[in-house]
Design a protein around this ligand. Structure first.
Ligand code: ZN
Length: 182
């Protein structure tokens, strides 16, 4: 997902610039949302969250995701949610492993990065309601990258000052670019 944030002057002089709106440049069909992203969007007033949906109030119109999973542990074989998966039932046997062994035997985990057969997710997963949103022109696509970079630079300069902000921005860009799928 790529959002362009629009900034306005701060409410109080000396405060960081205020986000006054967002434009949706690209919204993939499946999206991972961190708790920080959801809280931030709500705090800045452009995101509405209910028990089962996230609505981004973009300048280009609302973009709605239906939440299908929240943070927690999930079975790699059958995708069942496994509450308290990490809790030990007896030495060497967690609730998660017990589910895997009793339901799926001791076959190799379908997910090689989670050999125990279940995985822990820290994000919310949403599925887009309606059509995907894509950047409309090549120029807009290029602006997408620039917008993300500029917004981050403003944020970090505010936080760290000009010199340290610039190098922190370069470091953080990698993180931001890896921040979601779709
Ligand atoms: Zn299972």
């Amino acid at each position: 997902m790529y959002l362009k944030r629009f900034y306005g002057p701060p409410a109080t002089e000396g405060d960081p610039p205020r986000v006054i709106g967002v434009k949706m440049l690209r919204a993939g069909r499946v999206q991972h949302f961190s708790a920080g992203f959801l809280d931030g969007g709500q705090g800045e007033g452009w995101l509405i969250r209910t028990a089962d949906a996230v609505t981004i109030r973009a300048t280009t119109g609302p973009v709605v995701y239906r939440l299908i999973r929240g943070p927690g542990a999930y079975c790699c074989y059958c995708e069942a949610a496994i509450p308290d998966a990490g809790t030990l039932l007896e030495p060497g046997l967690t609730i998660g492993r017990k589910h895997v062994l009793s339901q799926h035997g001791d076959a190799l985990s379908p997910d090689p990065t989670n050999p125990a057969g279940y995985r822990v997710e820290h994000h919310y997963t949403g599925v887009l309601v309606g059509d995907t949103v894509e950047a409309t022109t090549p120029e807009e696509a290029a602006q997408m990258e620039r917008g993300v970079r500029d917004a981050l630079a403003v944020k970090l300069r505010t936080k760290y000052g000009d010199t340290r902000g610039a190098s922190a921005a370069r470091r953080a860009l990698k993180t931001a670019a890896a921040g979601g799928e779709g």
